[in-house]
Ligand binder design. Structure first.
Ligand code: SF4
Length: 639
């Protein structure tokens, strides 16, 4: 139970081996310290994993957690988070997802679901108003994600004698066959990264459905309604959240990335792709987009729907366009839309799939490992994807990801991954803050978990991307704020609105240039804020999240306290990973990005990682080993 609104007050621990469930104790003090979502999941993993578990062990846990805003109608608040030990990295990881499952999990009366053990046979679980039923899923084996969800809907309708309104998560063949980067799919959205689908597969868990009649309460309905109205108006007027994202989605960033030399090309050998226009957001909008759509309660509606095989389906995001476009030297937009759909149907992360394919293409060219794959030759890729998902032939090797392949065959310098997870599409040698973020990100090569500094370094603002100055402190504050936003249950795309609109509309104005020039020198000031965020004992309209949480939950939060929650989240995740052997030595990037210049004539076009790492650890109050010590964990109230 809880005294806070927004929450359902119940966390269920489900044992797949014994088919039993118990209430997991999660107190209001825990809610104040971690809010929900990923932070909550990380604390649960911290309290339950010893460091001896392996990703496919029955003892590994899956935590599916919502935030207090999930399902309350707050802007873009449909998100939920899946955390577990990742088969790709061997450490904890989380994957955030839209769709409607989070909303329905709360309708079923749960804030979070913890899963341990393994089902004896392939199963799916029905959760209804807090009760659960195990069902045999063997006849769903090898079904793709769309087919699986359609079959489950039919079964539920037949069982209940009416159309059942519910949310679902499921895996496809890739998850069943333990592809290390298999995703979990909910509707058309993916918890794509870090192989959460393979953990489902290892537990013989094909799907979960959730339904019920519970409704989260709102602490101050009138206040929340007025605040949301203002916020939605702001989102709709902002050039990124009101224009670019609805029109082009994240795909709209391709052109800016090209201009700034940030577009991963030819397995990150370059930052610009000659044929970028063919795979840009503009081309997608003009040539293929039928309409746009969005997740529940989202005013941004960033999804572009495109035609594939006679259907209208979710179109590709920037990551897929970049990594299945220029990064493998492919300029066929329709083909990328097709692959994007296929990979979601197979239940496989587009980023890691594409990163592994690009590595294999280069390894083949260099004579290290012959897979038959070559840059620019993309004819047979659909078949390769299917082979990966079924671990057939060469697909069985590709299913292991680029890190393991490079350890086996050579080519580590150009395996574009960090901690085992393939990087997103932002080439960081001209956005070195983003490079730092990729390296130190708790879950591996993730742009978002890394603080997403590229938004400052060329995509929303024009801060010098080649200077390391100020980047470590900025990286920390951005990571902490994004953690906190995510913990509430809101989509991180709302945070594009934090970049002042005037900076985006006229990036080359005098004032804008002055702001961009000053930012790298703000490191010391940001450092003070990072150390004592409580000095921000107020809230500001530009960062509306703590105010929204107050109206919804009744929890009084200042901007500083909100930032501290993000810091706590980041540290608890790091502390779990320390048990699994993570330290400064794992905060790495491939040599291509740290030692090879993107532009041989410009010595600044590499990521000066070690220099930035030292400052980053100091900013975080961590030791030289890159880890929070006992004192730090106590100060944050984690121990
Ligand atoms: S911005 Fe896009 S991904 Fe985020 S909630 Fe809205 S539609 Fe979903």
């Amino acid at each position: 139970m809880t005294n806070y609104c927004g929450y359902m007050g119940k966390v269920l621990l489900l044992d797949l081996g014994t088919h039993t469930a118990e209430n997991y104790i999660w107190t209001d003090l825990d809610r104040e310290k971690y809010i929900g979502g990923k932070a909550m999941a990380s604390k649960i993993l911290y309290d339950n994993l010893t460091g001896a578990e392996k990703p496919f062990d029955p003892e590994n846990l899956i935590v599916i957690a919502t935030g207090p805003l999930t399902g309350t109608g707050a802007p873009s608040s449909n998100r939920f988070d899946i955390s577990s030990l990742s088969p790709l990295t061997g450490i904890t990881s989380s994957s955030n997802c839209g769709g409607n499952f989070g909303h329905y999990l709360k309708k079923a009366g749960l804030d979070a679901l913890i899963i341990r053990g393994t089902c004896e046979k392939l199963s799916w679980i029905e959760i209804n108003n807090g009760e659960f039923i195990f069902h045999d899923a063997r006849e769903l084996r090898d079904l793709k994600c769309g087919e699986t969800q359609a079959a489950l809907q039919e079964k539920l309708n037949a069982e209940h004698g009416k159309k059942v309104s519910c949310g679902m998560v499921c895996i496809g063949p890739a998850g069943e066959n333990l592809v290390r980067y298999a995703s979990v799919i909910s509707g058309e959205r993916a918890a794509g990264r870090a192989g959460m689908g393979a953990v489902f597969g290892s537990k013989n868990l094909k799907a979960i459905t959730a339904a019920g009649d519970a409704v989260p309460s709102i602490y101050d309905k009138e206040g929340a309604a007025a605040h949301r109205k203002k916020w939605v108006n702001y989102i709709r007027r902002h050039p990124l959240t009101g224009e670019q994202l609805p029109k082009m989605g994240t795909a709209g960033l391709v052109s800016s990335m090209q201009v700034h030399g940030l577009l991963s090309t030819r397995n990150y050998a370059r930052g610009q792709f000659e044929q970028f226009e063919a795979v840009s957001g503009e081309a997608l909008a003009e040539e293929l987009t039928v309409t746009n759509s969005g997740c529940l309660s989202c005013p941004i509606r960033c999804t572009r729907r495109v035609p594939v095989d006679g259907k209208t389906v979710k179109g590709p995001e920037l990551e897929t366009l970049g990594l299945l476009g220029g990064n493998i030297e492919n300029a066929n937009l329709e083909q990328i839309c097709h692959w994007n759909y296929e990979l979601d149907e197979l239940g496989m992360d587009t980023i890691s799939t594409a990163g592994t394919i690009a590595w294999a293409m280069e390894a083949g060219e260099k004579g290290l490992w012959e897979s038959g794959l070559r840059f620019g030759e993309t004819e047979g890729l659909s078949k390769i994807f299917d082979d990966i998902a079924h671990r057939r032939g060469i697909g069985a090797e590709l299913a292991e990801g680029s890190k393991r392949l490079s350890e086996k065959y050579g080519g580590k310098d150009f395996a574009i991954q960090s901690k085992g997870m393939e990087l997103a599409a932002y080439e960081p040698r001209r956005a070195v803050g983003q490079g730092l973020g990729y390296a130190v990100a708790n879950r591996g090569g993730c742009h978002l978990n890394g603080g997403y500094l590229v938004v400052l370094e060329g995509l929303g603002m024009n801060v010098n991307g080649q200077t390391p100055h100020g980047k470590a402190d900025l990286c920390m504050v951005m990571q902490d704020l994004m953690e906190a936003i995510s913990c509430g249950g809101q989509c991180l795309f709302t945070s594009y609105g934090v970049v002042p609109a005037f900076m985006v509309r006229n990036p080359n104005g005098i004032l804008q240039r002055a702001v961009n020039a000053i930012v790298p020198f703000m490191g010391p000031a940001v450092r003070i804020y990072n150390k004592i965020p409580e000095i921000a004992c107020f809230n500001i309209p530009l960062i509306p999240y703590p105010t929204e949480l107050r109206y919804t939950t009744g929890m009084k939060l200042t901007l500083g306290e909100f930032t501290r929650i993000g810091e706590r989240s980041y540290n608890v995740e790091r502390a779990v990973n320390a048990r699994f052997g993570v330290s400064a030595a794992n905060d790495k990037l491939p040599k291509r990005l740290t030692d090879t210049l993107q532009d041989p004539g410009n010595p600044k076009t590499r990521v000066p990682l070690e220099q930035m790492k030292r400052t980053y650890y100091r900013a975080r109050g961590w030791g030289k080993n890159g880890l929070p010590g006992e004192k730090k964990l106590r100060r944050l109230g984690i121990r």
